[in-house]
Structures are given as structure tokens and as C-alpha cells.
Design a protein around this ligand. Structure first.
Ligand SMILES: [Zn+2]
Length: 345
């Protein structure tokens, strides 16, 4: 079977979905009733009959009541900021309720769908799924560690026969780091958590591209590994610095991420197609699954019942894929080790 065919169609579908999305997207933050509601709320501290503690200061920033520490400028700014997010959240809910009564479709506010919070957590489903992904990555990494150091024979210098052990360790650490910040970001969207989530995702994506090249082309020599990965490491580092310290450009970041993801999916798929690896079917299923999940992600439908959106579903699909992926890595370690042992005999 030619692995290129489904990928062309997947790519085309993804491009079409993206195009459709940008054409149909309207932001509820521009809605006059919503703007009015937020303005009123920041003055009165109330939306309808719901009032918030966070808004207890007058419009010039001085607190209406409270002890001395409420007068601290930093604390006040924090309060003001909390007041704004509370107002935006409750105005968004009341606007969406109104709109639903008139049969209108849900819209995004400040680029994000209206999610229902659970004990202050903004996207509870995405947080739970990120935590599950983190657990699966941890399980995969530990089982790989036990396999290569305890269950498979070691060289006389106590190193593993498998040449990619170190690279997969770094992969395990980067992916756990990425899922940790994903859980934090989905609990609370603020500038810092968003930057940490995006930066760790970009770092992971860049690193997995490097590893796909090194593994698929069987690069074992240290000098050649450095030569191949150096330009990619430089690019990814520059991109992360650009996002954090110059401009947080969503569109540009999306292009970079999609390009890196498609490149590595193609590399793995072609390798699975041409190599005689005994577990290449796992690789193939994981790659096709990841491709399908990426396309699903671009549909970007509003959260069902206020909880499950396309992004949360995307985080659900990566759980079985991560399981399969670590299983492939363990198979690869066994495959390479037995190859070396047979060579010695
Ligand atoms: Zn996420």
C-alpha cells in the first residue's frame, strides 16, 4: 500500500477545513450587548443578580472598602484583572444563553469558545484528558526504562545495545513537560500559562521531528546526529523566543507547527512503508491516527453542553496513540538489541 495517498487527501481536507473556519469565524467579543454587559459589570460588579467580590473598587481604582493591604497597587491590579475575567465570563454565559433562546449558533469570545467552569477550572475535560495523557506518557517512559536497563542485556560498559535510548528519554521528559503545561493552561487561560503551553508543545514537536529523521535514516554516529539536529534546534529555539519575547503570532505558529507535524508524519509513514521493521504496523496505525486526529482538530466545533469541544476530543485521541507509540518504541529497542546480539554471535 502506498502510504502517500491518504496523506495527500488528509492534507487537502485539513487545508479546506482551515479555510472554511476563517471564512465563517465571527467573534462574540465584538457584540454590542456583550461589550455593554462587561462595561456595566466592571462598574457595578454585577451581571443580572450575580455580583462578584473581585469588583469591589470604584472606577478610578481605589477600593470601596477593605483593609490596608487592599490598597497595595499590585494587589489592586490583580483584583481589577480578576474582576475583568469574571465579568467577561458571566457576560459571555448570559449572552450565549440569550442567543441560544433565539436559536442562534454559539460564537467565540476573544478567540475562545464559551466553556462552563467547574470549581474555577476553565476547561475541566481538557484538563482531565491532559492529566491522563501525562500519566500514559509516564507509564510508557517507565516501562521503556525498565525494558532497556533491566529486561534486555547490557553491553560490557553498562550501556544499552539500543542506540536510541538517550533520545527517547529526552522525548519522554519533553512530552510529560508538555502535558503538564497543557493541563495548567486549560485550567486557567492567562498569558503566562498560554506561553508555557505553546512553547512546550513547539519544543516537543521540533524534537519529535529531529528524532523521526535520526531514526528513519538510522543515524547512529554522534557527529552526524549533531550536524542534522543543530539547524532544527536553532530554528525551534528562535521560534519559541519569537513567540515569547517578540510577538505571540497564532497564525504563524500554526503554520510552523503544521509543517513540522506533517513532515514527521510523512517521514514515519514512508519509513513504515519501505522498511522491514517487525512492528511497522504500529508505526503506521499511530501515524494515520495522528493525521486523522489533526484533521478532526481543525473542525473546531463549539463545546458540547459547554464542556467537550474539538480540542478536548483531540486530547482524547492522543491517549491510545501514545500507548501504541511507546509500545512501538519498546519493540524497536528489542528489535535493535536482538540484531546486535545476533551480529556478535
Ligand atoms: Zn490543549
Amino acid at each position: 500500500m502506498n502510504p502517500m495517498v491518504p496523506f495527500h487527501s488528509l492534507l487537502l481536507l485539513a487545508a479546506l477545513c482551515l479555510l472554511l473556519r476563517t471564512i465563517t469565524a465571527t467573534d462574540g467579543a465584538g457584540d454590542l450587548l456583550y461589550i455593554d454587559c462587561v462595561e456595566q459589570c466592571e462598574k457595578t460588579g454585577c451581571v443580572g443578580d450575580r455580583c462578584f467580590q473581585h469588583c469591589k473598587f470604584s472606577s478610578d481604582g481605589t477600593p470601596i472598602d477593605g483593609p490596608w493591604y487592599m490598597h497595595e497597587p499590585l494587589y489592586l491590579r490583580w483584583k481589577q484583572w480578576d474582576c475583568r475575567t469574571d465579568c467577561r465570563y458571566h457576560c459571555m454565559l448570559s449572552r450565549e444563553e440569550e442567543r441560544a433562546k433565539h436559536g442562534a449558533q454559539p460564537v467565540k469570545y476573544h478567540g475562545k469558545w464559551s466553556f462552563k467552569r467547574v470549581s474555577g477550572i476553565q476547561e475541566p475535560v481538557a484538563v482531565a484528558l491532559s492529566a491522563l495523557n501525562l500519566a500514559i506518557q509516564f507509564h510508557g517512559w517507565v516501562s521503556f526504562f525498565i525494558l532497556v536497563y533491566y529486561n534486555l542485556p547490557l553491553r560490557s560498559d553498562k550501556k544499552t545495545y539500543y542506540e536510541y535510548t538517550g533520545l527517547w528519554h529526552i522525548y519522554g521528559i519533553l512530552s510529560m513537560n508538555s502535558w503538564f503545561w497543557s493541563a495548567v493552561f486549560h485550567s486557567r487561560h492567562v498569558e503566562l500559562t498560554e506561553k508555557l503551553d505553546y512553547s512546550s508543545a513547539v519544543a516537543l514537536l521540533g524534537y519529535t521531528l529531529i528524532i523521526s529523521i535520526l531514526r528513519a535514516f538510522n543515524v547512529k554516529d554522534e557527529a552526524r546526529r549533531v550536524m542534522i539536529s543543530a539547524p532544527l534546534v536553532a530554528f525551534v529555539t528562535t521560534h519559541i523566543m519569537y513567540l515569547n519575547f517578540y510577538e505571540f503570532a497564532y497564525g504563524w505558529n500554526m503554520k510552523v507547527c503544521v509543517t513540522m507535524a506533517v513532515c514527521q508524519l510523512l517521514i514515519w509513514a514512508i519509513w513504515a512503508g519501505v522498511s522491514d521493521h517487525p512492528s511497522r504496523w504500529k508505526l503506521f496505525v499511530a501515524v494515520v491516527g495522528e493525521g486523522v486526529a489533526m484533521v478532526l482538530h481543525t473542525f473546531d466545533f463549539p463545546p458540547y453542553k459547554g464542556y467537550v469541544d474539538a480540542h478536548a476530543l483531540y486530547h482524547a485521541t492522543t491517549i491510545p496513540l501514545a500507548f501504541l507509540w511507546w509500545s512501538f518504541i519498546r519493540d524497536d529497542a528489542e528489535f535493535r538489541t536482538s540484531y546486535h546480539l545476533n551480529k556478535v554471535k
